[in-house]
Structure formats: C-alpha cells, structure tokens
Design a protein around this ligand. Structure first.
Ligand SMILES: *Cc1c(COP(=O)(O)O)cnc(C)c1O
Length: 453
C-alpha cells in the first residue's frame, strides 16, 4: 500500500454523536464482547479495559499521525500515543518504510547484526552514563534485569523504590506501584512471595528525609535505588529541586547504585534524557518506549564494570530470543536521528505549554479545582485542589470527576489516557490545531461536568 505523505490534518473531527446505543459503537461493542471471551478482561494490558473511567473500551482499526480510528470509524486525537512510545506519532512514513524494508531482509536473526551496534552507539552517545548496553524487548524486562545486575554486582538484596513509581511488572516492583496498579487500587500483588516483597523498600517521592531514614536502618544492605527522574506513572510529578542530587549523594555514600528508570523520560524530555536535564549521572539507566519507535524494544545500560557482571562476561544471567531484533532496531534507528533535529524538543515543549495553559485557563473559567503538572511533553490534569508532589497527593485527586471528564472528552473525539494516574503524551505529529481543538473540547467537557447549582 502506498503511503501518502499528505497529512489530512484540516479535516474536521466528527461532532459529538447522540446516536442510539445500537448505532453508536456497534462494531466496537460486538468486538469487545468477543474479546472478553478470549482475552483476559478483553485486553492484553489492564489499563486498556477502561475500568477506572467506565464506558466501552476502544477497539482500534488504524492510526496515523496524531489520530486514531476505532472500528466504527470514529476519529480521535490521541494523547496516549502507545503510552509514550510514539514520539513521532502513529505510522510515521519513514519508520514504516524502514520496518517494511527490513522485513524483507529478515525479521529476526538470533545473532548480532550491525543495527544493534548502531543503535547502542547512538544511545551511548546521547546518554554518556551508558558505557555498555544490553537490548531487551520490554521495559519490564529491562528494569528487572537492571536490579538483578545491581544485586549481583553489589552482593546486596534490598532495593528502594518510590510510592507510585512504576518499573514494569517484575515481582520486586509490584509494591505500592503506580500506573495500572494505582488505577485499579492494587497496593501489593498476589503472586509475589512475601519473602521477596520484603526486600522492596518504598519511600514517598520527593522525600529525601524518608530516604535518609531508610538508608540509616538498612545501611550497607541496599543494592540500588530505582527512580523515575520525572515521575510519570502516578500522573506527572516533577522532582523537587535537589531531590535527584540527594539520591545520588546518599547512594554513593552508602555504596548503593542509583538506577534511573527513563523508560518514559529517555528521549522524551530531551535527547539526553532527564539525566541530561538535571545533570545527575546514574550508575544504570533503563530505557524503553521511544527507543523502539513503536516496536518492542527496551534496554538497560550504564557503568562498564557493572554491566560486565552480566553473562557472557560475568555470572549475572540474562538472555532473550528476540532481543535486539532487526525490525525493532530499524524502527529505533529511524526514530532517534529525527529527535536530534534542531529545536525538536522546543517545538514539542511549545505545544505542551499551549495545552497546559489552555487547560489551566479552562479550569479557572469553569471554577473546577484542578492542577496541571507538566514537564516537557508530559502532562497530567489532576482534579485536585492542591499541588501534587507525591503519590499521596496524586491519590487525593477526584477520580470520579476525572472519569466523567475522560468520557466527555472521548465523546468529543479526544482520547486521553483512561486513568487519572497516567501522563498525556504529545507527539511531533500533534499540530497547534489539534491542541486548540483539545482545549476547546476540554472547556466544553469541564462546563458539562461542573456541579450545577
Ligand atoms: C512503561 C514503563 C515500564 C515498563 O515498560 P513495558 O515495556 O510496559 O514493560 C517501566 N518503567 C516505566 C517508567 C514505564 O513507564
């Protein structure tokens, strides 16, 4: 199929429909009913089921640029962007043709190819703390492997994470985690042995004193602190000034490793990731999402002597059948150079600013309490009446109001992440016109859900 490069951006969005239930979303409803009889909950990842927001989950037919179309032909401006993976938007023509060309040369070799070397070098060049890297296929796998390497290298068992932080679904991380667990109100997951969960310590995000206290109690026993340098899985919560520096200081003093989980922030906030912006050098970095250009790629990397404890150089075992597969490497290699273009991140940031300011004004004008937290092209509108600095603050947000807002936005053709505890992702494919439509839909939605006196 030929790919037209002409964007159809000026086409008007379909107006909110008031059609009968049978007509509106008929195919989606039928397909989702079928999905529920074969896929657990009708989905392959929990947040897709819309449990926190209600209404019928989307069943997607196709996507392009900033837009998604469901199987009923309804068009949406997409702020999920495959949970942040698609910084260039959907079906970017260059990424699509790179993947198609590669497919003809083989989809997986099970041996090293030059593509893995190229992508590894490119990432190490952007993020200098990464001296050695290992590619894997999901962020979960990368974060799990990073703490295994940290435990193997230090000979210590404890890890410290932050409440509301999400590092994938490996056993050690499913304690007070963000993302889907926050959405569904799960604080500890059955299936994780208590003996293992006890080795996961939790501190409130942005709370240096709590971290100091935990290190005092477990001196010399903590293998690593793992942190999202800008938290984005409890909704967006930026680090307080000095927070990341303090983590660096405390871990270095104790001989623990500092792991930045940059699965979202890597190549999202800046080409060098959050660590470039905040000038803090972690021992290990976890990457995912953007580096795969929409295909399943993740990676972990960092200081050479730590990474050399991994097989085949060292005894810490980690492997993967499809790791570094050439299709995914091509998608990443086509995506990353585009992000290096001058002012790429400025343009993204400007759109994000336009959206966050538009949303703040709409909140003010409608008198609905809310806070917009934004960093770069990450943004969350919390329906809360005070600033949100940690998970406890995020959880004070009015999730029922968020759900109502989400549904009104969806009806107006705007697809937000279906949870109060997720970030909106803005891509290079979003236009100012998309943003303006979104702000005006938000204003209408807020007016619609405002308490009527
Ligand atoms: C998405 C995410 C992960 C997990 O990545 P998957 O590819 O979904 O397994 C880990 N850490 C952070 C910060 C994430 O946002």
């Amino acid at each position: 199929m030929a790919i037209s490069r002409k964007p159809s951006r000026k086409k008007p969005l379909r107006r909110p429909r008031r059609a009968s239930a049978a007509e509106n979303g008929h195919r989606s409803a039928r397909l989702f009913a079928r999905a529920q009889k074969i896929l657990v909950g009708g989905v392959n990842s929990p947040v897709r089921a819309f449990r926190a927001v209600g209404g019928a989950p989307l069943v997607i037919d196709r996507a392009r640029g900033s837009r998604l179309w469901d199987v009923d032909g309804r068009e949406y401006i997409d702020y999920v962007c495959s949970w942040g993976a698609l910084i260039l938007g959907h079906a970017d023509p260059k990424v699509v043709s790179a993947v198609a060309n590669q497919a003809r040369r083989g989809t997986s070799y099970g041996m090293t190819s030059p593509l893995e070397i190229d992508l590894g070098e490119r990432i190490a060049c952007a993020i200098p703390s990464i001296e050695r890297i290992r590619f894997v296929s999901s962020g979960t796998e990368a974060a799990m492997s990073a703490i295994r390497a940290a435990r193997g290298f230090t000979g210590r068992d404890f890890i410290l994470k932050f409440e509301g932080g999400y590092h994938g679904h490996a056993d050690s991380f499913l304690v007070e985690a963000g993302s889907g667990l926050a959405t569904l109100g799960i604080s500890a997951s059955p299936g994780v042995p208590a003996a293992l969960a006890q080795l996961t310590l939790n501190a409130p995000y942005n709370d240096v004193a709590a971290v100091e206290k935990i290190f005092a109690r477990h001196a010399g026993k903590i293998a690593a602190v793992i942190v999202e340098p800008v938290a984005a899985n409890m909704g967006v919560v930026p680090p307080a000034p000095g927070f990341l520096d303090s983590l660096r200081r405390i871990t270095s003093r104790d001989g623990a490793l500092l792991i930045f989980d940059e699965v979202i922030t890597g190549f999202r906030l800046a080409y060098g990731g959050a660590q470039g912006i905040f000038s803090v050098r972690p021992d290990l970095t976890v990457l995912g999402k953007i580096i795969g250009g929409g295909l399943p790629v993740a990676a972990y990397g960092g200081r050479r002597e730590i990474m050399e404890s991994i097989a085949p150089l060292g005894p810490v075992y980690q492997a993967g059948t499809l790791s570094g597969n050439p299709l995914a490497m091509r998608a990443g290699l086509t995506t990353l150079p585009r992000l290096e273009a001058p002012r790429f991140y400025d343009a993204l940031g400007a759109k994000s600013l336009r959206l966050s300011e538009g949303l703040r004004k709409a909140l003010r004008d409608t008198g609905i309490p809310g806070e917009v937290n934004a960093t770069g092209s990450l943004l969350t509108l919390f329906f809360s009446s005070g600033p949100v600095r940690d998970f406890a603050g995020a959880k004070k947000a009015d999730t029922a109001r968020f759900a109502a807002f989400f549904r009104e936005m969806l009806r107006r053709g705007i697809f937000l992440p279906p949870s109060q505890f997720e970030a909106l992702f803005i891509s290079a494919a979003h236009t100012e016109d998309d943003i303006d439509r979104t702000v005006s839909a938000a204003r209408q939605s807020l007016e619609y859900i405002a308490p009527k006196e």
